[in-house]
Write a protein that binds this ligand. Structure first.
Ligand code: AR6
Length: 231
């Protein structure tokens, strides 16, 4: 194809002009210059019914711990709507604690469409998974497995059969997955949080001592997984 010059970090770089409108050369340049970014949903606070106030405290604690360990990389908490209670709680606490808003912020959008619809390039996304690491079920798990296609299921099986509450597994995304080609996601990190929903397996029966410990472990595993990717 024809070539053109686009600005990149103050210098000009040459890029092949792309005919595919979803993979424009400008956005390609943007994604090259973007720092590594992890987009993650609030683990356990919807289907797993974990208390929002307690969850927001844990998210902030863990973000504070990790923003200093990730260099220029970014952490982004995502939810579907502007009305999201967990996003407001976390935003308010982040402001209070003076967390660097270039390294941690919240974002409203579908985690499977952040680049194409939200203009936010996140090379890694987290999934609030189930213990069997199975597609479907609902929530963000169903959305990610559907958007990623069968390639994610195959790649996940190669990494792990199941997850314990509080743990995570990093799955490199095959380039055949639409999430890779359209959203430029290179890794999915499945995380299993604590479950407070009596209709799901391993319900903690409102035991928030155990629950908070498991949610802390879940975010530690998630952020350590991200650190292992960007190193
Ligand atoms: N993009 C961004 N955020 C989303 C999306 C999306 N497409 N969909 C949901 N959220 P949940 P859990 C938000 O229920 O509570 C599944 O069935 C949602 O608003 O997905 O950890 C699994 O198989 C909420 O803030 O996860 C498990 O069995 C957050 O993502 C179980 O649910 C997490 O909500 C896990 O339950």
């Amino acid at each position: 194809g024809s070539k053109r010059l686009v600005p990149f970090s103050g210098n000009a770089v040459e890029l092949n002009e792309c005919k595919d409108p979803t993979v424009g050369s400008i956005s390609y340049a943007a994604s090259l210059s973007d720092p590594p970014t992890l987009a993650f949903p609030s683990i356990s606070t919807s289907d797993f019914q974990f208390n929002h106030e307690k969850a927001s405290e844990i998210i902030i604690e863990k973000v504070e711990e990790f923003v200093n360990k990730i260099g220029n990389a970014r952490l982004v908490l995502v939810d579907l709507t502007h009305g999201s209670k967990i996003l407001s709680l976390v935003r308010a606490k982040a402001l209070k604690r003076n967390i660097d808003s270039k390294k941690f912020f919240t974002f409203v959008g579908d985690i499977t469409r952040l680049h194409s619809r939200g203009g936010l390039h996140c090379n890694v996304i987290a999934n609030a998974a189930n213990w069997r690491l199975k597609p479907g079920g609902g929530g963000v798990n169903a959305a990610i497995f559907t958007a990623a296609g069968p390639a994610l299921e195959t790649a996940t099986k190669e990494q792990a059969k199941s997850l314990l509450p509080g743990s995570a597994v990093v799955v490199p995304l095959p380039s055949t997955s639409p999430l890779f080609s359209q959203e430029r996601v290179t890794h999915v990190i499945h995380v299993l949080g604590p479950n407070m929903n009596p209709q799901r397996s391993n319900c903690l029966d409102n035991d928030y001592v155990k629950g908070c410990k498991i949610l802390c472990d879940a975010y530690t595993s998630l952020f350590e997984g991200f650190v292992s990717i960007i190193r």
